[in-house]
Ligand binder design. Structure first.
Ligand SMILES: C[S@@+](CC[C@H](N)C(=O)[O-])C[C@H]1O[C@@H](n2cnc3c(N)ncnc32)[C@H](O)[C@@H]1O
Length: 197
């Protein structure tokens, strides 16, 4: 999967990595910044999503589509799609450009709006990546926990970089008997939860 990245996709990943590195330090307002995952987290997502059980592959928090590119690799391997939710129209427009330029628009369904308005109708979920504003994490958990198929995975970003803000979310997931969960110290800290079989 990582040894034969299509050139258009690899180019777009590099361009977004460069843009993210710049906007962290050039005074771009917080909501406009890309705030992407680092590449090693992308590889972890692609590996986990590719091997997740059958079911929807979803992402909450698209930004310009960098993490979605990693999930699109997994979607291709699964012979399916990734559905990604972005609340800001300007970011969604940028993500649409990303998917067209990287050649993955055929496997990505971009939904513009607050993911919480759509998750109640989600089909069974095989894999979910959660990387939105921190105050939505617990709501999302309550919405998706029962929609995860047996063996289905939730990966939530920033649980170490935003440990204090995300403590209620982490405590709820780690104590939830529907899942087995662990914090993985890669990138900004990933909480990985697997629905018990
Ligand atoms: C940290 S950035 C996502 C970065 C992206 N996952 C990546 O690594 O390339 C968070 C994004 O989530 C979006 N967002 C925040 N709350 C949301 C919600 N309730 N529903 C959908 N998107 C949301 C923000 O507008 C922002 O673009």
């Amino acid at each position: 999967m990582f040894h034969d990245l299509p050139p258009a996709l690899a180019d777009r990943m590099r361009a977004l990595e460069a843009a993210d590195a710049v906007d962290r330090h050039d005074g771009t307002p917080h909501l406009e910044r890309l705030r992407q995952i680092p590449p090693e987290t992308g590889r972890l997502l692609a590996l986990l999503a590719a091997g997740a059980p059958q079911g929807a592959l979803i992402e909450i928090g698209t930004s310009a589509g960098y993490s979605t590119l990693w999930l699109a690799l997994a979607a291709r391997q699964r012979g399916g799609h990734v559905t990604t939710y972005e609340v800001l129209a300007a970011k969604a427009a940028r993500a649409r450009e990303t998917f067209a330029a990287a050649g993955v628009a055929d496997v990505v369904d971009l939904v513009v709006g607050d993911a919480r308005e759509f998750l109640g109708t989600s089909p069974a979920i095989g894999f979910c990546f959660l990387d939105a504003e921190k105050d939505v994490y617990l709501d999302v958990w309550h919405q998706i926990a029962d929609a995860l198929v047996p063996g289905g995975l939730l990966v939530a970003d920033n649980v170490l970089s935003h440990a204090e803000q995300l403590a209620p979310f982490c405590e709820a997931v780690l104590a939830d008997e529907r899942v087995d969960a662990v914090v993985v110290p890669i990138g900004k800290g990933e909480l990985v939860a697997r629905r018990r079989i």
